[in-house]
Design a protein around this ligand. Structure first.
Ligand code: SF4
Length: 260
């Protein structure tokens, strides 16, 4: 019953979202821019999508089409295969934000689809969600360009992230998540302009607009550093997120990655 009432309230917001769509259209002219052996099986190692608010789906589709034509960063527009807008539940309570698409994401048009993406999916599932229940996006929608033939990826520049941040703001305005998880220091720099190291940013709450933000290490960090202690740090951040969302946390969940 409560869910039904919330959905009705959501429909009452259609007019507000129509205004958002107009603002989105205005962007066209704007321009303002690790691993000791776990004590027990590692939960990171190993659907029907939820009903969506139609107005959110439409508004996000419009915003996606705007970003698909964006050339605010001409060098990135010329380099990209796709604009990696975002994926997931338009009405998600939980949103993950990374820094920028890599090569895999650029080719497939979806954020977090490489090895780091697989680990993120495991983290999401260990939290008790399906990947399709949350929303996943990056600060930057286009892959940072690289010299021809150069391997790997580079971090986005401050200017590139400033150019693209309005799109992420619009996504957040439309999705209205209860909590955002910022994955990695670069994502935090894009969101807040901070250069603080992650050890100073994680395990406490920040606010973007009116949305609580938890910072934690990027999954690629955990792929490079598989120490149990580092996995536990990320997991403690996720426990704080679950508490903030009012989710039931099992004893087993509380104890993941603790030394015996
Ligand atoms: S990174 Fe963002 S702002 Fe830059 S061209 Fe791509 S969509 Fe536009």
């Amino acid at each position: 019953m409560i869910e039904a009432l919330q959905k009705m309230q959501g429909r009452d917001d259609v007019r507000a979202k129509a205004n958002l769509i107009q603002r989105i259209a205005g962007l066209k002219d704007g321009g303002g821019a690790d691993e000791a052996a776990p004590i027990e099986p590692d939960p990171f190692s190993q659907d029907e999508p939820p009903a969506h608010d139609k107005s959110n789906v439409e508004a996000l589709a419009q915003l996606r089409s705007v970003t698909a034509m964006c050339t605010k960063c001409p060098h990135l527009a010329a380099f990209r295969h796709t604009v990696v807008f975002g994926v997931g539940n338009p009405n998600a309570d939980l949103m993950f934000v990374g820094e920028a698409p890599g090569a895999d994401e650029d080719l497939r048009g979806e954020p977090f689809v490489g090895r780091a993406g697989e680990l993120l999916t495991k983290i999401i599932q260990t939290m008790g969600f399906e990947r399709s229940e949350v929303y996943i996006a990056n600060v930057l929608k286009c892959r940072p360009d690289m010299p021809v033939g150069a391997p790997g990826n580079r971090q986005p520049t401050e200017q590139e992230m400033a150019n693209c941040l309005p799109y992420l703001r619009q996504q957040i305005d439309l999705i209205r998540p209860k909590v955002i998880v910022a994955l990695g220091g670069v994502a935090m720099r894009g969101l807040f302009g901070t250069n603080e190291p992650m050890k100073n940013l994680r395990a406490r709450w920040h606010t973007f607009g009116s949305v609580p933000v938890m910072a934690t290490f990027h999954p690629s960090y955990l792929l490079r550093n598989q120490a149990l202690t580092e996995k536990r740090k990320v997991w403690e951040d996720m426990l704080l997120v679950l508490e903030r969302l009012g989710r039931h946390i099992t004893e087993r969940q509380r104890n993941y990655f603790l030394k015996g």
